[in-house]
Design a protein around this ligand. Structure first.
Ligand code: ZN
Length: 291
């Protein structure tokens, strides 16, 4: 099934990692009351009945709605969430710290090489907001991390977040160096970089039998070296957000202090400057809008 990028209908309110207090509960909503701390994530709601929803893969539901995309999002003082899908946050939460966690930890979960042994290596390409969190989840799960990016500042951030190996992805032998420094290649690769070249590069960092997970969403295609993929029994797979249980676990990780996004506080009035900085790759970590 081929699908291109889906465009939202304009006008709409963007934003999909909102956190705050329930101020009103709609008719029929259960399990929540006014005053509860909650988060509104990308997966706004799903049908609950299809083969994906029925097997815990709500995030693949063809009838899902997405916060800040197909329904209005969280760049606002108030946002509407779907009761079964909002993340339950701990009491007296630090909303600034928890909002960026609402992306979930799906990116790292399931990329523990073959069978989830610890002390394996994961290569994380792209140390933006997602990549930095992915490094911390990987560390919390007992993995070694090799991180790649194209700016030294991002590589500093990767080291501060726990990456043992860091590499400038623009080096012509970056993949070969990752293989060398991880003692034979990574047991999994996660590409959050918005770059088709990074997708292709990551294939060459893997050990045989392992998986590359594509998370970044650059437009276009990338060439796949068939020979290497076939002989190496490489799995290439995409990854969008995780399910509700995954989101809950991401919140636990953050609440116990294993994961902490690097954040910068900003205001809604400044949002266009933030977008400019994001476009220019000048943001390290996550920008969080405070109200
Ligand atoms: Zn469904």
């Amino acid at each position: 099934m081929a699908i291109g990028p889906v465009k939202p209908m304009l006008p709409f309110i963007p934003g999909h990692e909102g956190a705050g207090i329930v101020t009103a509960v709609g008719p029929g909503a259960t399990g929540l009351k006014e005053g509860d701390p909650v988060g509104v994530a990308w997966l706004h709601d799903a049908c609950g009945e299809c083969e994906y929803c029925g097997t815990g893969w709500d995030s693949l539901c063809l009838a899902q709605h997405n916060t800040g995309y197909s329904v209005n999002g969280s760049f606002a003082e108030y946002v509407i969430g779907s009761a079964p899908y909002v993340a339950r946050l701990p009491d007296k939460p630090d909303f600034m710290a928890l909002a960026p966690i609402l992306r979930g930890r799906h990116d790292v979960q399931g990329h523990q090489g073959n069978g989830g042994q610890t002390r394996e290596w994961i290569a994380i390409s792209g140390v933006g907001g997602l990549g930095q969190l992915a490094i911390q989840y990987a560390k919390a799960m007992g993995l070694h991390v090799a991180a790649l990016d194209v700016t030294e500042g991002k590589l500093d951030l990767a080291r501060a977040s726990g990456a043992e190996v860091t590499m400038n992805a623009r080096l012509p032998d970056a993949a070969a160096q990752i293989v060398r420094q991880t003692g034979g290649g990574a047991h999994g690769a996660l590409v959050t970089a918005v770059s088709p070249a990074a997708f292709r590069q990551a294939i060459y960092m893997l050990r045989r039998r392992d998986t590359i997970a594509l998370v970044g969403l650059p437009p276009g295609d990338f060439q796949t070296p068939i020979f290497d993929v076939v002989l190496g029994r490489i799995t290439i797979r995409g990854s969008i957000v995780g399910g509700r249980q995954d989101l809950a676990e991401a919140v636990w990780f953050a609440a116990e202090g294993s994961v902490c996004a690097q954040i910068h506080q900003t205001t809604l009035e400044d949002i266009n400057h933030v977008f400019c900085d994001l476009k220019a790759a000048k943001v390290d970590g996550r920008m969080v809008i405070a109200f």
